[in-house]
Ligand binder design. Structure first.
Ligand code: GRF
Length: 202
């Protein structure tokens, strides 16, 4: 399935997907495009190194969220993208994206949703004093971090944790979990029933 990965920064989740794909000729998601909302980020260099086409749709070139979303969707259509993977993409897309790609946009969030939605989830979990946080992969709906949940994994919070050490532990899980979820979506193994995502066996 022709897949685009949308990034804003380092792109370590993008790299995890590219690495799994590089080692598995049967991986069902074919990364054909990486889109960033700003130029010069490390994730774009990772895409170049892997020979993947990149596009920058600069947030600051657009008057509002709706115009930005339309520009992103047009780029996705230009590249005949069927599956959209948000990987550290720090912009909220407007409803038009969900309408144009229904149950075909995935996001990864560094907390156990519905706890700590939005930005700075790792900081918020640490500040709250939770003993367990984690990773959530979900479909994107018209609200922020609220769509049907594809997979979750718990991550313990240690007494000595800083934001950096906790985020590092979370990212180790992300890099294993996200490529699996992307593959399942691309293989048509995920069925959405209301809020519930059902995993079909192969
Ligand atoms: C990840 O922790 C992800 O959960 C959050 O943003 C971070 C992106 O990291 N949405 P990277 O750019 O993939 O390294």
């Amino acid at each position: 399935m022709r897949t685009a990965v949308l990034i804003s920064g380092s792109g370590s989740n993008l790299q995890a997907i590219l690495d799994v794909r590089a080692n598995d000729p049967h991986y069902p998601a074919e990364p054909v495009l990486v889109v960033s909302d700003r130029p010069g980020v490390a994730g774009l260099a990772r895409a170049h190194d892997a020979g993947i086409v990149t596009e920058v749709v600069d947030w600051s070139d657009h008057p509002d969220r709706s115009a930005f979303t339309k520009a992103i969707c047009d780029v996705l259509d230009d590249h005949r993208v069927e599956l959209v993977v948000l990987a550290g993409f720090m912009r909220i897309l407007s409803e038009e994206a969900v309408r144009r790609f229904p149950n075909a946009i995935l996001n990864i969030h560094p907390a156990l949703l519905p706890a700590f939605p939005g930005a700075h989830a790792v900081e918020k979990a640490l500040a709250y004093g939770v003993k367990t946080t984690g990773v959530t992969v979900h479909f994107v709906d018209e609200h922020v971090d609220s769509g049907p949940i594809i997979a979750q994994e718990a991550v313990p919070v240690m007494a000595a944790d800083s934001v950096a050490t906790l985020h590092g532990r979370i990212q180790t899980i992300e890099h294993r979990l996200y490529p699996k979820c992307v593959a399942a979506a691309a293989a048509g193994r995920l069925r959405v029933q209301g809020r519930t995502v059902v995993w079909n066996e192969r």
